[in-house]
Design a protein around this ligand. Structure first.
Ligand code: SF4
Ligand code: SF4
Length: 262
């Protein structure tokens, strides 16, 4: 048995956790697994095929409320955990993490400080396919870019899988489900699909962990994660890494200009 599973078994046995969220073998690929005892922990797996961001489950109240939770985390899940902690969605001491690092090693994290330190010292994993598409999009003129995104978003049929896959989309009522007032038309059309994605990206400004799960979840292959990626880059450029000086959407200085609302 893999060494890291002994750690999870220990945590179950000494009462440190009562739920561990990881992966188990599925029909074709590994699927999320919710181990409720040390016996369940034996069937856990983790390898390159486990590319989702399991931090998405940490805010699912029906699953984790009142529980001490352990999680299998890749680099990006660690980023999401750090951000969720900064947003007061996680409490220190209530969760444990088994980090599966890019070099294939495994590291248990016992505190948020350890996670933040690791993120500071570790560059993000390379994403070759995304980088190529980003280069292609950046080489376009503004009108070509507009055409590219209009074309991509015209395919969207508002299934909201991109929202469900995102660890940072944890509002109990999403703007797309509010109908008094109706902010965004519920049916799919190019305009309302644009409105939906613009809202999603704005809401994630400075909060996105750049994990790519939203794009991977889209059944139509729309690369919506590149929109949040671009916002992530712009926020980093203007305001620094999220969490360093507060979150960009909830932090202000008294002298900030307000001319955009006058
Ligand atoms: S890349 Fe997508 S899924 Fe991941 S945190 Fe950002 S918006 Fe959410
Ligand atoms: S997952 Fe794709 S199709 Fe579904 S709402 Fe998001 S962008 Fe649209």
């Amino acid at each position: 048995m893999d060494e890291w599973k002994y750690k999870i078994i220990d945590w179950f046995k000494n009462g440190t956790i009562d739920l561990f969220i990881g992966y188990e073998e599925g029909t074709r690929n590994p699927r999320p697994s919710f181990a409720a005892s040390f016996e369940d922990a034996e069937k856990l797996v983790f390898d390159k095929r486990c590319s989702g961001n399991l931090a998405v489950y940490l805010t699912r109240k029906d699953l984790v409320e009142g529980k001490k939770v352990g999680l299998a985390a890749s680099y990006y899940a660690l980023k999401s955990i750090s951000q969720l902690f900064d947003e007061n969605q996680l409490k220190e001491g209530n969760f444990r993490v088994i980090g599966h690092l890019e070099d294939g090693s495994v590291k248990p994290f016992l505190s948020i400080e350890e996670i933040k330190q690791h993120l500071k010292e570790t560059p993000p994993p390379a994403k070759q396919e995304d980088d190529e598409l980003i280069r292609e999009i950046e080489a376009m003129t503004a009108s070509e870019r507009w055409e590219f995104w209009t074309d991509e978003l015209s395919k969207c049929f508002k299934c909201y899988a991109c929202r469900s896959a995102c660890p940072m989309c944890y509002c109990t009522k999403c703007i797309v489900e509010v109908n008094q007032p109706q902010w965004i038309q519920p049916w799919a059309s190019v305009l309302s699909n644009m409105e939906w994605q613009i809202n999603r990206v704005m809401h994630l400004a400075g909060r996105c962990s750049d994990c790519g799960s939203c794009g991977a979840a889209c059944p139509l292959g729309i690369p919506v994660h590149l929109l949040t990626h671009e916002m992530h880059e712009r926020v980093k450029e203007y305001f620094g890494e999220s969490g360093e000086k507060g979150n960009v959407l909830s932090t202000f200085k008294p002298e900030d200009r307000e001319n955009f609302i006058s």
